[in-house]
Design a protein around this ligand. Structure first.
Ligand code: SF4
Length: 313
């Protein structure tokens, strides 16, 4: 009897912003010594966070947890101006691991606010990237829209002078529909040509578009609080495969493989490759047949380290 084939999505896993953020924490530990404080999880992956914590990183959610004179790294998701200002006031050594593609959205938010636009952010309430982006302007200056229904309802102070921005890790399809709804409401609305969804989120979703119709189930490596990983799982399900978000091979339940002849594997932008390889190994043990890589868009993006850490590279 033929075994269960495994199709590996490509690209998958770490993006340039996540690689840079992890390297920033590691270099900070090397240069300044442990402990180094990190605002929020550096990236949304439990394994990454635990590995860095073991090396001396301390993950915090408030300034109260950071002692005077400490080194504070801002996570890849970015932080509000208020968080930066408080760190500055306290004289902390600040190192910014915000992904440059998130910083680009921050700069746009500041620019539109300065020009007096009614600003709308498309994103998920409470996600740290959304909190950080909304915190680039005074409270209440940026309104959040999470879905088409909210886009249909939103009232803005200047309907003829509105602008939108988006979270970088949204579903491409959902963002397109929300942007269309906003354009319908506010024909003069300004914003990016399409959205601010980053190359890594788009490429991983495109890879799943190619893979999901060919398999019965898709395992997405990623933590539940990882936005781009959750979107991959949802997309796989939309395309007819059963989507499962797993943090490691240990999460795979035997019954999920019942009747499955072909299984797809991918990873969100914050999930390390060794977790993918572990899943592949376990699937092969459970009767896997061929393992095939389905390559789509090649990625060659890299981001430089902040200047204060470049010498340590
Ligand atoms: S998912 Fe995109 S925006 Fe987020 S860190 Fe990676 S490249 Fe940057």
């Amino acid at each position: 009897m033929r075994g269960m084939d495994v199709l590996l999505a490509s690209p998958r896993g770490f993006c340039a912003g996540v690689e840079r953020a992890i390297e920033i924490v590691e270099k900070s530990l090397e240069v300044f010594g442990a402990p180094v404080y990190v605002w929020h999880e550096i990236v949304h992956n439990r394994h990454v966070v635990e590995a860095l914590a073991a090396k001396g990183a301390r993950f915090v959610e408030s300034h109260d947890e950071v002692p005077d004179g400490a080194v504070l790294v801002f996570s890849a998701h970015g932080v509000s101006k208020a968080v930066v200002a408080e760190a500055q006031r306290r004289g902390l050594k600040r190192i910014d691991a915000t992904c440059p593609l998130v910083t680009k959205v921050h700069l746009e938010a500041m620019r539109y606010h300065k020009l007096g636009y009614s600003l709308i952010l498309i994103g998920h309430k409470g996600h740290p990237e959304v909190v950080g982006t909304m915190g680039q302007a005074p409270e209440g200056a940026i309104q959040l829209v999470q879905n088409v229904a909210e886009a249909a309802q939103i009232q803005v102070p200047h309907p003829d002078k509105a602008a939108f921005l988006t979270q970088t890790t949204l579903s491409v399809d959902e963002a397109r529909d929300i942007v269309a709804a906003l354009r319908g409401r506010f024909p003069a609305i300004q914003g990016p040509a399409k959205d601010d969804i980053c190359y890594a989120t788009q490429n991983r979703q495109n890879a799943i578009r190619g893979l999901a119709p060919k398999v019965d189930a898709v395992f997405v490596l990623g933590s539940p609080n990882s936005s781009n990983s959750s979107r991959l799982k949802e997309l796989a399900s939309t395309l007819g495969a059963k989507g499962y978000l797993v943090e490691s091979a240990a999460d795979i339940r035997p019954e999920w493989l019942d009747g499955v002849r072909r299984v797809g594997v991918t990873a969100g932008a914050s999930a390390p490759e060794h977790l993918v390889q572990e899943v592949v190994r376990v699937l092969r043990e459970k009767g896997g047949g061929q393992v095939e890589e389905m390559a789509s868009t090649p990625e060659h993006v890299t981001f430089p380290l902040p200047p204060e850490l470049q010498a340590a590279r």
